[in-house]
Ligand binder design. Sequence first.
Ligand code: NDP
Length: 231
Amino acid sequence: MRIPGSTALVTGANRGIGRHFARQLLDRGAAKVYATARDPEGVDLPGAHVLRLDVTDPASVTAAARAAGDVTLLVNNAGINTGQNLVTGDLAKIRLEMDTHFYGTLEVVRAFAPVLAANGGGAIVNVLSALSWFSAPGTSAYAAAKAAQWSLTNGIRLELAGQGTQVTALHLGTADTDMIAGTGLEPLNQPGDVARAALDGVEAGELEVVVDDWSAHVKASLAGDPAAFYR
Ligand code: NDP
């Protein structure tokens, strides 16, 4: 996917990794970047076009798709981690995590698929996690939602190939953002570095971009020692 000249839209662009995606897309020569957020007043990104978009609010998703009919690169970055275990956690929060990562991404993709088709096919980039592959205590509900979002990514890649839309999965490790604060996880990377490595993979045309190597954690988890995640 060529970023120079593209028209990009990033969800959850007001803070964290999403803010870095929006800024770096501008730096890399995107012709236009829509920085979207639940609260547009909270977006401070010179040069970006700010739109309201709450991925759990279908009316705001369709309004954004109408307002941004020139999008060629859609970055589904919005996310939430309320730190729930599946068995003992708060079911309403578990549903909200699934609503945000799975149904939210799906609503955005369904609204923007015709926009991308009308603009030559374009690309969708879904922000996934190493926790799309395995689970961890204290955050198993988030992991389940990210796994569902990965399966969604694989499904839409097949379904949208016919209209020429490239679908890329970003598998990120930990980044030092509000999401990680207070989880007990040691952030491995700065969010700006994560966004840069991810966009390098997108520009190189990779469909599965793995931003850092969590193989030790994956192996420990597969070996039946999920607590090794925290060591
Ligand atoms: P942050 O908590 O720093 O930022 C999350 C962003 O998502 C905020 O802009 C937030 O907006 C937005 N958001 C949450 N819910 C919605 C919604 N319903 N509609 C629109 N926007 C919403 O998290 P990160 O930057 O760390 O996470 C970004 C992405 O990266 C997520 O998909 C996350 O799962 C993924 N990721 C993060 C990792 C990490 O270690 N940080 C590791 C692997 C993946 P608001 O300010 O309104 O809350």
